[in-house]
Design a protein around this ligand. Structure first.
Ligand code: FAD
Ligand code: 2HG
Ligand code: ZN
Length: 469
């Protein structure tokens, strides 16, 4: 790495904006699970859009690659540099301003480094809801949410990040600043350029700010935990609940018994809501802006119908906010609990909702044949057709032996996904984890179109190289 470049960057960004000390750089160079590790010549921490643009221009002139990073909670290694030590991490975490909250337009303009939970809080203080909700919300940033087109537990009702975005500000790979911060719900003036950068995982430019949609604050919630015999029942129940509750159905999360077992084993204070073990569980939530909405009653009637139809084996409705939080913790705690069981092979797949039972039955049987005793931690946003179909080693197996099986196990899962016209990445992106798999599984014409866009916007290939494409 050319020292002159680092000196120029230092002149633009100052001491707080350029880290070279290995100890201070360390947290930026590995991910949450320690599954990906890289090296970097420095970590850049610009504090404004102009500083981002100046840094990008200098790197462009010097031919040095940049790896954008937000909260570093991504699960596919997208924010981690390669092993060369020649790349620079560009962290947006100092860009923390909520620039404007327009209550009458129901929009908020935020900088990329704002933590999602802080944005939710700001919306609540203004009597509004910012609905994106996910387990990492205390650490992930709006920029990362946009770059991965994040999903989470409220997509069923509000859509993913793509659907929550009206405008963007982006520093392009040549250092120009595209200011597309329009808070318009209607704008048919040609191609919808913001959608190019959402879900691009930092390969087309650096998102510095966004205009996001706000919704009415939620004043009433009802939360239930239900037990089921199989995934068919969950899919059938989704239709039944929608019929009863319509738009108020805002959460519909499925978990296998294996998933709950891991939480009960590893998350202190977690308690099984039932005395008996069941094969599958659902967490169902209704929500409404009207404080007077009789949600508990509606949920009771709807779940009663589920029992009558033979879809549910048992159900309990939370009688307090604390109980509701405890039920949500059984769901949100799965990801971390699985880390305690050795390496996990993560598969964030989606199939049409109607195909979920066939996916679960067929893939489970094939995997048990391939590796008897493999523990399938299947859970997720079943109302979106999105399963986290994660695998842990059979009890007693060595980590290394399990990892040698990874390619063939993952191949089985992805083949089954494709056979049902599904996607190998529903909400976490491709990053470095699934780049090669995407080459194999994604339609060649779609890949060629993506490559053409990349080459047009980033001809030198300096924006997060080695990720996605
Ligand atoms: P990072 O991890 O820092 O980066 C992610 C990608 O975005 C990288 O490719 C990076 O280069 C790029 N990037 C970051 N900021 C910018 C920017 N400003 N401009 C351009 N590119 C940028 N994800 C879900 O979708 N749904 C879930 O339910 C969910 N639950 C999770 C639960 C846990 C416990 C954990 C650890 C993760 C979970 N995730 C989930 C994954 C992760 O939180 C999301 O992908 C999140 O959107 C990443 O945000 P981040 O700020 O941490 O981004
Ligand atoms: C969730 O829904 C997240 O809990 C994380 O998307 C999934 O860790 C995972 O595999
Ligand atoms: Zn998820």
């Amino acid at each position: 790495m050319d020292d002159a470049l680092l000196q120029r960057l230092h002149a633009v960004l100052g001491d707080a904006g350029l880290l070279r000390d290995p100890q201070r750089m360390a947290p930026y160079l590995s991910d949450w699970r320690n599954a990906y590790r890289g090296k970097a010549a420095a970590v850049l921490r610009p504090a404004s859009t102009d500083e981002v643009a100046a840094a990008v221009r200098l790197c462009q002139q010097a031919g040095v690659a940049l790896v954008p990073q937000g909260g570093n909670t991504g699960l596919c290694g997208g924010s981690i540099p390669d092993a060369s030590g020649e790349q620079l991490v560009l962290s947006l975490t100092r860009m923390q301003r909520i620039r404007e909250l327009d209550v009458h337009n129901d929009t908020v303009t935020v900088e990329a480094g704002v933590i999602l939970a802080r944005l939710q809080q700001a919306a609540a203080e203004a009597g509004r809801l910012f609905p994106l909700s996910l387990g990492a919300e205390g650490s992930c940033t709006v920029g990362g949410n946009l770059a991965t087109n994040a999903g989470g537990t409220a997509v069923l009702r509000y859509g993913n990040m793509r659907e929550l975005t009206l405008g963007l500000e982006v520093v392009l790979p040549d250092g120009q600043i595209w200011i597309g911060l329009r808070g318009l719900r209607k704008d048919n003036t040609g191609y919808d350029l913001k959608q190019l950068f959402i879900g691009a995982e930092g390969t087309l430019g650096i998102i510095t700010a966004a205009v996001l949609k706000l919704y009415p604050a939620i004043r009433r919630r009802a939360t239930a935990w239900a037990a089921l015999a199989d995934a068919e029942s969950a899919v059938a129940l989704l239709g039944t609940l929608r019929g009863y509750c319509g738009e108020r159905l805002s959460g519909f999360e499925l978990m296998s018994r294996q998933s709950l077992d891991f939480v009960l084993r590893h998350q202190p204070g977690s308690v099984d809501p039932f005395d008996t073990a069941y094969p599958w569980y659902l967490l169902v939530e209704l929500s409404d802006p009207a404080a007077a909405a009789a949600l508990d009653e509606t949920l009771q009637v709807a779940l009663g119908e589920g029992v009558e139809l033979g879809l549910l084996q048992d159900a309990v409705i939370a009688s307090s906010q604390a109980q509701a939080a405890a039920l949500w913790w059984l769901r949100e705690g799965i990801s971390e609990a699985q880390n305690h069981e050795g390496p996990s092979l993560k598969h964030d797949i989606s199939v049409p909702i109607s195909s979920i039972p066939a996916f679960i039955a067929g893939t489970g049987a094939r995997l048990q044949e391939a590796l008897p005793g493999v523990r399938i931690v299947c859970y997720g946003h079943v109302g979106d057709g999105n399963l986290h179909y994660n695998l842990s080693k059979p009890p007693g197996m060595e980590d290394a032996a399990f990892l040698t099986q990874a390619p063939q196990l993952t191949g089985q899962v992805f083949d089954a996904t494709l056979a049902l016209n599904g996607s190998i990445s529903a909400e976490h992106g491709l990053g470095q984890a699934k780049r090669d798999a995407a080459r194999h599984y994604k339609n060649p014409l779609e890949q060629a179109l993506m490559r053409a866009l990349k080459d047009t916007l980033d001809p030198k290939g300096l924006m997060n190289p080695g990720k996605v494409l």
